[in-house]
Design a binder for this molecule. Structure first.
Ligand code: GUN
Length: 293
């Protein structure tokens, strides 16, 4: 069993980007600038956004964190987004999801300038991705593709089962892996909360991408020998033996599934760090595009 080490690969990618930044600086060019909007004080979202900002600092990007109160109105948030859309100094930005109930998420995503949409969530970028046109790929699916590619996991002609149909992970990874591209050319099945005979489907999978948001959902009896496992889930599970009172669990029961797997991502240290690395890569792309046009 081989661990798909997201920490290691994401560090390699960040080093590659940092080298690129050094060249930009030596040529007197502007370095990429990422902004992140965080609404409210959800613990997990704060952790993710802070990790994104810290990663920018490590590789020499400029970064701006915009923290807005939980009770902000939709109009105020849209105004803030409009500021970023027109601010020439900002190359790309993200609005961390989920958003509070009073705010229409789709309206917010549609208000982001597609050229600065480094999360790749704007409908025009989703459309381009679906048509295999050049665009920003959403960071988590992009990170999964990159991880599979760098470990040379064969995907062509393989049965891939994606657990979950979210707009952020399940849906886009199912599209990307079925396309004619690196880490693609697979036969993809998407299963979700209404799917029947789930175990029968997962047992036929050569590769499983678990993004269903239920901790330790996929167990060893649901997979075949030598399966490749990509675990996107990350949930805090109460654990009295830990000083902080919890441990982090994925959507996969690592103990039982890893015994059968040929490759598996750990949680933490698998997909999570890859998401951050690919967001940085998209921000670099956004800067390069602005320079060209
Ligand atoms: N919430 C969970 N994952 C993501 C992500 O990749 N981008 C944003 N903006 N919010 C998220």
């Amino acid at each position: 069993m081989i661990i798909l080490d997201g920490n290691k690969v994401s560090n390699e990618i960040k080093d590659e980007i940092a080298e690129h930044v050094k060249v930009m600086i030596s040529k007197g060019e502007k370095v990429p600038h990422l902004a992140a909007i965080l609404v409210g004080s959800d613990g997990a979202s704060m952790t993710y956004v802070n990790a994104k900002v810290k990663a920018c600092q490590r590789i020499g990007f400029n970064s701006t964190l915009i923290e807005l109160p939980e009770y902000i109105s939709e109009k105020e948030l849209l105004d803030k987004i409009n500021d970023l859309n027109t601010n020439q100094d900002i190359d790309g930005f993200i609005v961390q999801l989920p958003l509070p109930k009073q705010i229409d998420e789709q309206k917010v995503l549609m208000s982001i300038n597609p050229d600065k949409d480094v999360d790749g969530f704007h409908p025009s970028n989703v459309g381009k991705m679906t048509l295999d046109l050049p665009t920003f790929l959403p960071a988590t699916p992009y990170g999964i593709m990159e991880l599979l590619e760098r470990y040379q996991v064969e995907t062509s002609g393989k049965n891939v089962v994606v657990l979950g149909r979210s707009h952020i992970v399940g849906r886009p990874i199912s599209i990307l892996m079925s396309q004619k591209r690196k880490a693609g050319d697979a036969t993809v099945t998407v299963v979700h909360s209404r799917s029947k005979n789930l175990s029968e489907i997962t047992k036929k999978a050569d590769i499983i991408v678990a993004a269903i948001g239920i901790s330790e959902f996929l167990t060893g009896d649901m997979v075949k020998d030598d399966v490749v496992i990509v675990d996107v889930g990350i949930t805090r599970v109460p654990d009295a033996t830990k000083s902080n009172g919890y441990r982090l669990a994925g959507d996969v029961e690592f103990e039982s599934v890893s015994k059968k797997a040929s490759y598996i991502t750990p949680v933490p240290g698998g997909v999570g760090p890859m998401t951050i690395a690919m967001l940085l890569k998209n921000t670099l792309l956004a800067r390069e595009r602005q320079r060209v046009f």
